[in-house]
Design a protein around this ligand. Structure first.
Ligand SMILES: [Zn+2]
Ligand SMILES: [Zn+2]
Length: 281
């Protein structure tokens, strides 16, 4: 979280000092050169209000498109120059930042301390995985979910919490949203989306979590071990207890089915039919 926050603490330059930088073509070339590195964009957008506005209007979207092209094409249904629900900065943050968890936010997880958010070294988002998080009646929705990021539940303890995140395509038109509204589920008190700060629904409260399939997909330890929240803009964040793996197990999780069109996030283009990657570092 530190570096994400520190972006706003970067000293503002005076206008004459940076006016030459506010040139879209120049910035485009610079960011192509640094492979659309998210930390660089955080720093640049903190330099002045003009650069911040330019990033918000253009650069965050370009970063998402360059770093996770297929996932973005799927989420926008090919119209990548359009707006996206919740905004491009929030989606970029979701792609590259594990939000951790506020200890008071979880219903089923008694956490003795908050789990700190951080830039994710590498994240793998998958639409096939996302299907395991949809209630049977909502399987027509498109949801991308990341692999869980491992956090120690307490200092020096052996219990491991998995933190994961995801995003719906066209959430306003989704069956999941329709069911949440139909069931008249209220927003969760005291919990906000770590990506866009909007209010969230608890999918646990809504009884819309297919516990077994979601737990199996996450490599989690059984019934009641999975919970997640979905915000007004269709961003998902959640927790699970992870089975403690020996080093021999490799921590690879459930790999029984090869994904059709998942998305990794990494610096190197890893195309082919499988997935692509975007790395935050
Ligand atoms: Zn994490
Ligand atoms: Zn959100």
């Amino acid at each position: 979280m530190g570096e994400w926050r520190s972006a706003s603490q970067v000293m503002r330059l005076s206008e004459p000092a940076n006016s030459g930088l506010v040139n879209e073509r120049v910035l485009f070339l610079v960011f192509e050169h640094v492979k659309w590195d998210i930390r660089t964009l955080c720093r640049v957008s903190a330099v002045s209000w003009k650069l911040r506005a330019l990033a918000k209007r253009l650069l965050w979207r370009e970063l998402c498109i360059h770093r996770a092209p297929r996932m973005i094409a799927a989420l926008t249904e090919g119209a990548t120059n359009s707006r996206i629900i919740g905004g491009w900065p929030a989606l970029a943050k979701l792609l590259f930042f594990c939000g951790g968890c506020d200890s008071a936010a979880a219903r089923q997880f008694r956490l003795s301390r908050p789990l700190r958010g951080h830039f994710a070294g590498e994240s793998r988002f998958s639409k096939t995985s996302g299907r395991s998080f949809l209630a049977r009646s909502c399987r027509g929705d498109v949801l991308y979910v990341s692999d869980p990021c491992e956090h120690a539940a307490e200092e020096g303890g052996s219990d491991v919490v998995g933190v994961y995140r995801g995003v719906f395509r066209s959430f306003f038109k989704s069956r999941t949203r329709e069911r949440l509204i139909g069931k008249q589920i209220g927003f969760e008190e005291g919990v906000r989306c770590p990506y866009c700060a909007a209010r969230v629904w608890s999918m646990t409260a809504a009884r819309l979590i297919p516990q077994k399939t979601a737990a199996r997909k996450l490599g989690s330890s059984g019934d009641g071990a999975v919970e997640y929240f979905v915000c007004l803009n269709g961003h998902l964040h959640g927790l699970c207890w992870l089975v403690h793996l020996s080093s021999d197990d490799g921590g690879g999780g459930d790999e029984e089915d090869e994904d059709d069109d998942g998305s990794f996030c990494s610096g190197d283009e890893d195309d082919g039919d499988r997935n692509y990657i975007a790395r935050a570092s």
